[in-house]
Design a protein around this ligand. Structure first.
Ligand code: NAI
Length: 494
């Protein structure tokens, strides 16, 4: 008992308990319980109902932190009342920086690709914490709102290292990085640059970058050309669902949220309230997520045996009612029993997974950190202030605005160099056809390059104070050079 790997188990809401029970029964029959002990934790609607807006008890959090592993069914997000999505809270709180999803054609699951004889077998690795998911949003003026999109070098490094390590362990020889670095040169640019940096540690894995829109088209036209794609958070979210559509829907897509210390394995679908309690839900997504978990623990042989038994079951057209192929559906438990009966078997008309040698599990639970880990990639980077951008809430005509700002900057180390609106330059040159709103970016840069390195941030604050006496400031940003390179984008048309 003492040698077993402990896993926190949250069956979830709606169909969660039914599909969890079915998965546990398969694990039991496949002798997974010889190495793993599932520890039930309280999480979900029952906890929300007690007034806890986190949706999980202190004991649940303790068990997850102690074991480093959570296997969870779907959970309902309360609408209104202050309760947040447990799924998002868990991912962010426990630093699960990578979301791994596997999309594969399954026997008996009819899609345009299976009909055309085109096999789909794609891993999507999505950055799981940063990007617009920081949820940092503000209303800046009456007409303008913003969402800050933060991308950090350590965040990129974590997800890229994970992608390459996973590709290597799965025998995948090519990894794509999808991005929009042609437009977002700094944020997606950093994501792409760190991808190529991480690739240097894996010289045997071929790499290619692909612009996100082209990726979407290619995935629909030629999905067989992709084995693993790594993406920033929001783009990864969208591409994950696109990829799910290629293999027959979310019901067949497993999901793992991986961190350095804690990892969460979950079904990607919701609680399916319309069929909850009827014993007809499909446990495949949760089961496949459990198989990613077993591999994460180093329990490869038993994971592959279960996967082959699942494939053999589906191949015989034994499935739950959500799969529409004309065959009579079975219930959740009967489906689990059918998998159990086929343990040791493999599909015949579909490529079976190779069953590896039995090895001892490799997992070790986390050691509780005493403080939050501070991550840093560019340790020796030198920055120098070279100006500032102020964002002004005004309806003044551009020329009047420029004249007044130039006057206010007289006698300071800065001169007005550019005004843009929604990212497009409108001064010193621009087109009268550019339509503008009540949120202007005004850029001040050093009058004399000799000031570079000689002044810090205070002169920009003094300028801000001067301008704030006359204008409504919506936002402020320092402009800096980092190791001699510009740390800010130019306006469109600049
Ligand atoms: P849903 O995924 O629960 O249901 C959409 C449709 O798919 C329904 O017709 C349902 O019956 C069917 N379906 C889903 N899973 C199935 C399965 N395993 N077998 C057979 N049919 C299945 O999405 P919906 O209705 O938008 O969300 C319901 C609740 O679930 C909401 O409270 C939502 O917040 C939550 N949710 C939780 C997630 C999680 O815990 N990871 C993910 C998505 C939604």
């Amino acid at each position: 008992m003492g040698d077993k790997i402990r896993v926190a188990l949250a069956p979830g809401d709606g169909i969660g308990p039914e599909i969890s029970e079915a998965c546990l029964r398969v694990f039991e029959a496949a002798e997974v319980m010889d190495s793993v002990e599932f520890v039930p934790v309280e999480m979900g609607s029952a906890v929300f109902a007690k007034g806890d807006t986190r949706g999980m008890t202190d004991e649940a959090i303790e068990t997850i932190e102690e074991t480093g592993l959570l296997y969870k069914g779907p959970m309902g997000t309360p609408i209104g009342g202050g309760g947040k999505s447990i799924n998002v809270t868990l991912r962010k709180t426990f630093g699960t920086f990578a979301n791994l999803r596997h999309f594969q054609s399954l026997p008996g699951v009819d899609t345009v690709f299976t009909r055309a004889g085109v096999p789909v077998d794609i891993y999507v690795v999505r950055e799981n914490i940063e990007d617009t998911y920081g949820g940092i949003e503000h209303r800046l003026t009456p007409d303008v709102v913003e969402c800050k999109r933060l991308i950090s070098a350590p965040g990129c490094d974590q997800v890229h290292r994970f992608a390459f390590k996973t590709a290597q362990s799965l025998g995948i020889t090519k990894v794509h990085c999808a991005h929009k670095a042609n437009i977002m040169k700094m944020t997606d640019g950093m994501f792409l640059e760190r991808f190529h940096h991480a690739a240097k540690d894996h010289p045997l894995i071929e790499t290619q970058d692909v612009i996100i829109d082209a990726l979407c088209m290619n995935l629909v036209l030629r999905p067989q050309e992709y084995r693993m794609v790594v993406l920033p958070n929001l783009q990864g979210d969208i591409v994950s669902d696109l990829a799910a559509g290629l293999v027959g829907g979310l019901g067949f897509a497993p999901s793992a949220n991986i961190g350095d210390q804690i990892s969460i394995f979950e079904a990607v679908h919701g609680t399916a309230p319309d069929i909850a309690g009827k014993g007809i839900a499909n446990p495949t997504s949760l089961l496949l997520s459990g198989l990613i978990m077993l591999r994460h623990l180093g329990i490869f042989r038993r994971a592959v045996r279960i996967e082959n038994a699942l494939l053999a079951t589906l191949e015989e057209h034994i499935h739950t009612g959500d799969v529409k192929d004309g065959a009579e559906p079975v219930g959740t438990m009967a489906f689990a029993e059918a998998i159990i009966e086929r343990l040791g078997k493999s599909p015949t008309g579909f490529e079976a997974r190779r069953v590896p040698e039995e090895r001892s599990p490799t997992y070790t639970p986390p050691t509780r950190p005493t403080v939050n880990r501070l991550m840093r990639t560019f340790e020796t980077c030198k920055s120098m202030v070279c100006g500032c951008d102020m964002y002004i809430d005004t309806m003044l005509p551009v020329l009047d605005l420029a004249k007044r700002l130039e006057r206010l900057a007289e006698g300071t180390p800065f001169k007005l160099t550019m005004i843009s609106n929604r990212g497009t330059q409108v001064w010193p040159s621009g087109s009268p056809y550019t339509e503008i709103v009540d949120y202007f970016r005004v850029r001040f840069e050093l009058r004399d390059a000799a000031f570079l390195g000689a002044i810090g941030q205070m002169p920009t604050i003094h300028l801000l104070t001067k301008i704030a006496e006359k204008f409504e400031i919506a936002d402020f940003q320092l402009l800096k050079m980092y190791d001699g390179e510009r740390g800010f984008s130019l306006a469109q048309g600049q």
